[in-house]
Design a protein around this ligand. Structure first.
Ligand code: SD4
Length: 306
């Protein structure tokens, strides 16, 4: 039965992504297939300026994608700063399944994708190009909150409508196995070549089939410094609930960088082996979507420290 099956993912756009994942889970499909199918939804969504095609470019005008995927056996794959390919997560999966490596970066990742039948595309939409040209006028990199909120101060956030951020997704299938995926165009107007937390196993995503899984969203540099998602999973191993583990990971960031922490957004989302889930963020405005046999469109407002 699918009674155990569950998929959760970051932000409001997680609802649509979860539905694609659920389509696989409800037919007793594998969690790995579910998370890949799920995060492909925002990757292909042109209106989404923080994931996949249509994502905001770096400061030089290149859209560079970071993505990773991890299965129930601890296998993982990722691509870093991949250009011209919409479905970075699918390339990451192929890195996992077809190469002896875990990570491929930049040109090499693109070469590998093209060799495996992916088509080269222009990922920069007119809207993203316009936003970039507007940004160039001042050319100030200010990753306040989530990148699409950079014109707003954290206190003046107009709500979730601008919170379209990295998607991190975690799923449990009817066998009780866990997988996760994470994909993003990274921080808008970042330096060319900048890689965030999202494709770093242990930072942007971690899955341990004995314990649970975690994923993150927000300013990746702070998540990398604390190896955030691995930390959340290890805390759950010690008996923390998913929410308490996410909160403790957020507190580590505050401890390391008390001043920076007030200015930026970082959120964690986690699920344990029992199917209990929870989340915590530095700032208000973080949401996550939950989907199971009972409810396919549940959106939960994440708790925050500030
Ligand atoms: C990164 N964590 O590249 C990602 C992007 C993100 O708000 O979540 N942006 O750092």
């Amino acid at each position: 039965s699918t009674s155990k099956a569950l998929v959760i993912s970051t932000w409001d756009f997680g609802i649509a992504a979860n539905l694609a994942a659920w389509d696989i889970l409800k037919r007793n499909g594998r969690a790995l297939d579910a998370v890949e199918a799920g995060v492909k939804v925002p990757e292909a969504d042109l209106k989404n300026t923080t994931v996949g095609k249509g994502g905001y470019p770096d400061r030089d005008g290149h859209v560079t994608l970071d993505a990773c995927i991890m299965d129930e056996n601890g296998n993982c794959g990722s691509v870093l700063a991949l250009e011209h390919i919409t479905h970075a997560v699918s390339v990451a999966r192929l890195v996992m399944e077809k190469t002896p490596h875990v990570m491929l970066a930049g040109e090499g990742a693109l070469q590998f994708a093209l060799e495996n039948g992916f088509q080269k595309e222009n990922l920069l939409t007119e809207e993203s190009e316009r936003a970039w040209k507007e940004w160039l006028k001042k050319a100030e990199y200010s990753p306040i909150m989530n990148i699409e909120n950079q014109h707003f101060s954290p206190n003046k956030l107009p709500g979730n409508q601008y919170n379209h951020d990295t998607i991190g997704m975690l799923a449990i299938d009817s066998q009780g196995n866990l997988s996760g995926a994470c994909t993003t165009s990274g921080m808008a107007f970042k330096m060319h070549g900048r890689v965030g937390d999202s494709p770093i196993i242990g930072a942007g995503l971690y899955v341990d089939n004995e314990v649970g899984g975690a994923t993150s969203t927000g300013v990746g540099e702070e998540v990398i410094r604390t190896v955030g998602s691995f930390l959340v999973v290890e805390l759950m191993r010690q008996g923390y609930s998913p929410e308490a583990a996410c909160k403790e990971a957020v507190q580590r960031i505050i401890k390391k960088k008390p001043e920076t922490a007030k200015e930026i957004q970082v959120g964690f989302l986690a699920v344990n082996k029992k199917g209990e889930y929870g989340a915590y963020a530095l700032q208000k405005g973080f949401s996550f979507a939950v989907c199971n046999a009972e409810k396919q469109d549940l959106l939960i407002k994440g708790k925050s420290i500030y």
